[in-house]
Design a protein around this ligand. Structure first.
Ligand SMILES: Nc1ncnc2c1ncn2[C@@H]1O[C@H](COP(=O)(O)OP(=O)(O)OP(=O)(O)O)[C@@H](O)[C@H]1O
Ligand SMILES: [Mg+2]
Length: 356
């Protein structure tokens, strides 16, 4: 294996220590009307009070339906956008208001892999120029004379033939293009990679190959991942922990066994019931839950619990009181897989779900 990216410039954090601490993060977009004179007629609460830690070397899977705020969260974490409120601490320092050299140094360490390898690669640039582009901004990582060698190494690391360095994106398949996107993400030897639905645009048959590649690179380069998907089954095998997102907030967080085998939030239960199981016998009795209604608009989210308009457990309290993401009180300290954070007032209650 070629010894690609050089070690990070500063001493790395302890294994398991948080590399990213996100607190009460929010992004509100103004909703405007009018062509010539724009009037603000409302606000879209795309991310609305999200808190979590990303630990060194782990993968946190983030799952939720279209429009729930996943890409907005990703763009905030890589500092492509400024939050309306909240903090993102990287190595203990809030990075949301940085500028100049300090911002540049942080951006080097937090990279992103985009969803669609068909649109995120410039069709007029060669693969060598695409992967080497980050070196233009960070020449200290690879001096000009050494860049082609570095790019060849990166191609090899992601399983592409280094001889393809002069080819153009259209000469590659979807899976190969995503490998190019990953090589570009790796070029600056980051500590964290935010993967925004990196396999959603790919054929099912290639999805596993790309997920396996990401898992191998994580080991090799001690990377921490935030891995976004809209389907719980996609993140199952790569995630150490999973966060389920609904209308700008985290509904439930936990380890794989906690989320997949002991979900306590009705939304997670509904999402899981829609995932096909390879061995139906082992899941006998699991009914498919049909949720009532559509996802409400993030410009006019329901009061109290955002999920209440589609929830079979909802009652008065849910309309008036926002549920906190916390371990339910009767499970606290319990050695039970149900003892994990859930933003539901009635997480402890087992009510039969409506089935379809
Ligand atoms: N730049 C923007 N200006 C205004 N509204 C925005 C902007 N970006 C996102 N939104 C809105 O914020 C909400 C969250 O969008 P976001 O793209 O983060 O969702 P997502 O979970 O990534 O969806 P998908 O699964 O479709 O990729 C949506 O209602 C979207 O319309
Ligand atoms: Mg998105």
């Amino acid at each position: 294996m070629p010894a690609t990216p050089s070690p990070p410039p500063e001493p790395a954090a302890e294994p398991g220590a948080p590399v990213l601490e996100v607190r009460d993060l929010a992004k509100v977009y103004p909703l405007t009307q009018g062509v010539l004179v724009k009037r603000q007629v409302g606000a879209v609460r795309a991310v609305d009070g999200v808190s979590f830690d990303l630990r060194r070397g782990e993968t946190l899977g983030v799952v939720g339906e279209s429009g729930c705020g996943k890409s907005t969260l990703a763009r905030l974490l890589v500092t492509l956008e400024q939050p309306t409120a909240g903090e993102i601490r990287y190595r203990g320092e809030d990075i949301t208001r940085l500028s100049g050299r300090a911002l540049k140094a942080v951006r080097r360490n937090i990279q992103m892999v985009f969803q669609d390898p068909y649109t995120s690669l410039n069709p007029r640039m060669t693969v060598g120029d695409i992967i080497g582009e980050p070196f233009e901004i960070h020449p200290e990582v690879a001096p000009k004379g050494d860049r082609r060698r570095k790019v060849r190494e990166l191609l090899d690391v992601v399983g592409l033939n280094p001889e393809y360095i002069n080819r153009y994106p259209h000469q590659f398949s979807g899976g190969q293009r995503q490998r190019i996107g990953i090589a570009r993400g790796l070029a600056l030897n980051p500590e964290i990679i935010i993967c925004d639905e990196p396999v959603s645009a790919l054929d099912v048959s290639v999805q596993a190959q790309v997920v396996n590649l990401l898992a191998r690179l994580q080991e090799e380069f001690a990377l921490s991942y935030l891995f976004i998907a809209h389907d719980l089954s996609v993140v199952r095998h790569i995630s150490d922990r999973v966060a389920v997102m609904y209308l700008g907030r985290f509904a439930e967080t936990g380890t794989g066994p906690q989320i997949y085998d002991h979900p306590t939030h009705p939304y997670t239960q509904a999402l899981l019931s829609a995932v096909p199981v390879p061995d139906p016998d082992s899941h006998r009795g699991r009914e498919r839950i049909i949720l009532a209604g559509d996802v409400p608009s993030p410009a006019a989210p329901p009061s109290g619990c955002r999920f209440r308009t589609r929830c079979w457990k909802a009652r008065e309290r849910c309309a008036t009181e926002v549920p906190r993401l916390a371990v339910p009180s009767s499970f606290q300290g319990a050695d039970s897989p149900a003892a994990h954070p859930s933003a539901c007032h009635f997480a402890e209650e087992r009510l039969p779900a409506p089935s379809g």
